[in-house]
Every structure is written in structure tokens, then in C-alpha cells.
Design a binder for this molecule. Structure first.
Ligand code: SF4
Length: 299
């Protein structure tokens, strides 16, 4: 695997519970990386020789601010570039937002969520405050927005000068449970490939505080608290993984067919069918299809 990016799901906890969130971020979610665990994964990532970027996300990583700042420091020490994703709940005004950003201003690129799932308008006030602060601190900043089928106004191309990237909604995680029913649907037969993740040779991987290493959120290829992260990555073979093998061969349709799973006739997208199929297989493959929080179970 030519891995270049490691994404830390620093915590699954979030101050919000957005309908589209595919990791089920919530105030109810528990757990956060310890500093030692972060250091361990960074050293393991360095060993691989191909990883050059680290992303800190969640949940909402600013909820564990000192741990997040320490993670930035440790990643920078090892020569990684660092990106932090946030919903900006902390940016009550530009002046205070500067105080939050200052300790990492020299090293971090910000990716901020602003859309109609996170707030009432495409341009959330707190995000505007954070962008103004980031601009004053000369930080790189971009906006991440998710398409909203019933939007009354178009998504802006910039917020306070920061470019907005508009991405498709993916119907997995909470989005599958909360939003798929309303969506336009297609025959399940159409979903013969995974459209979003490079499953054969992933360039990025997510790791959460329970140690699960995910090629797609909720599909684990090992637990880094049980086996060194570098070993999990170097031994990766999707054809040996009971869930990934069919997904690589023929997408969610092959996953359903391999296990003879019951299914509906129509689904919102490939992720919707994939997520529904995986929910039915969790008891059989708890180590691959976890942790519980990725499937909306908080206890
Ligand atoms: S099809 Fe499945 S594996 Fe691919 S991105 Fe969607 S949920 Fe993930």
C-alpha cells in the first residue's frame, strides 16, 4: 500500500449531531486518543516512508484542544504536513478565534465545515469568524461543504475569501439512516463498484481512538492497539478481507451476493447499499465491521 495520508479521528465526540455525518459524531460518543497513542501512530506512520500528511478530525477535534495541539506539535516534529478539520463551534468572534488558532498557526492548514447540515445557511457565522482569524494569521484555509438536495440558494464559491469545495452527500453512517429515505434512488443492481475509496491501494487511511484502522469508515483492516500500525499497513491485502474482497471485485452488489443478503430494490447510492449490507454482517464480522459507534451504537 502506498499510503500518503493518515487521518486521525481524534474523537467521535462532537458538539453537533448532523444528519449527514457518516461517523455518527455526537455529544454521546466517548473516547479520545491519548498523547502516547498519537505518538505511537505517528512514529509507525513515519516508519512506512510514504506517509507525508496527517489530518486531525473527528467528531470535533477542538473539543480536546490540548491533545489536538500536542498532536500537531508531534506531527510537525516528525516532518508531516498537518490539516485540521473543524465545524468552528469555538469561533465566537474573529479576535477569540485568533487565540484558538495561534498555537498552531504556523503549521496547520484548516479545513472548515460550512453547509446546510451544520447550520441555517451555507455561510455559518462561526466559520466566517474562523476564516477571518486564519487570514490574519496567514494560515491556509479551505471550506468543505456537502451538497444539500433541497437547498433554496446555491452554495457560494468562497467564504471570506476562502475557497469552498462542494462534495456529494454519501449515504453511509447517519446519512443512510436519516437522509436516504428522502433521496432519489436507483436499482441496487447499478452499484457494482465503490465510487469513493481506492480500496485496492489506498492512499489514505483513518484511525480512531479505539485503534480500528479503516479503509472506509466502519471497514477495519486491523486494530493498532493489538498489532503495530506499520505492520497492519504493510500486510494489507483486500482480497484476504471478507468484506473488502467482494467490494473490490464488484462493489456493494458483490457484497450482497456473496452473502446472499436480503435487500430492497432501490438505494440512494453505492454507499447506502454497502452500509445496509454491512449492518447485516456485523455480528458475523465484528472485528472488521466496527467499532460500534460507526454503526450508531454509543454504549
Ligand atoms: S461503497 Fe462502501 S466502501 Fe465504498 S465508499 Fe461507499 S461505503 Fe465506503
Amino acid at each position: 500500500m502506498k499510503l500518503t495520508g493518515v487521518h486521525f479521528l481524534l474523537t467521535y465526540r462532537c458538539d453537533l449531531e448532523c444528519d449527514h455525518c457518516f461517523v455518527w459524531g455526537s455529544p454521546k460518543a466517548r473516547g479520545v486518543f491519548t498523547i502516547e497513542q498519537i505518538k505511537d501512530i505517528l512514529v509507525e506512520a513515519k516508519k512506512l516512508g510514504t506517509v507525508d500528511s496527517i489530518s486531525l478530525e473527528g467528531g470535533e477535534p477542538f473539543l480536546f484542544y490540548p491533545i489536538m495541539v500536542k498532536a500537531v506539535e508531534e506531527a510537525v516534529k516528525l516532518g508531516f504536513s498537518v490539516e485540521v478539520l473543524s465545524n468552528c463551534y469555538w469561533a465566537s468572534c474573529p479576535e477569540d478565534a485568533k487565540v484558538w488558532l495561534l498555537p498552531m498557526a504556523k503549521h496547520v492548514e484548516l479545513s472548515l465545515s460550512s453547509d446546510l447540515y451544520h447550520g441555517e445557511s451555507w455561510q455559518i457565522e462561526e466559520v466566517k469568524n474562523a476564516v477571518k482569524a486564519a487570514n490574519e494569521l496567514n494560515m491556509k484555509v479551505g471550506i468543505l461543504a456537502i451538497k444539500y438536495p433541497k437547498a433554496k440558494a446555491p452554495c457560494p464559491s468562497e467564504i471570506e475569501g476562502a475557497k469552498v469545495g462542494l462534495y456529494d452527500l454519501m449515504y453511509k453512517g447517519r446519512a443512510a439512516s436519516e437522509l436516504a429515505e428522502e433521496a432519489d434512488k436507483k436499482s441496487w443492481r447499478e452499484f457494482t463498484e465503490c465510487p469513493c475509496e481506492e480500496l485496492v491501494d489506498p492512499e489514505r487511511i483513518h484511525i480512531g481512538p479505539l485503534g480500528y484502522v479503516h479503509v472506509c469508515q466502519g471497514i477495519s483492516i486491523g486494530n493498532a492497539w493489538q498489532k503495530p500500525f506499520s505492520k497492519i499497513i504493510s500486510e494489507y491485502d483486500p482480497y484476504e478481507n471478507p468484506i473488502l474482497e467482494p467490494l473490490v471485485r464488484g462493489g456493494p452488489v458483490a457484497l450482497v451476493e456473496k452473502f446472499g443478503l436480503p435487500h430492497d430494490e432501490f438505494y440512494a447510492d453505492a454507499c447506502h447499499l454497502c452500509y445496509a449490507a454491512r449492518c447485516l454482517l456485523r455480528k458475523k464480522y465484528p472485528d472488521v465491521l466496527g467499532p460500534d459507534v460507526m454503526y450508531g451504537q454509543f454504549e
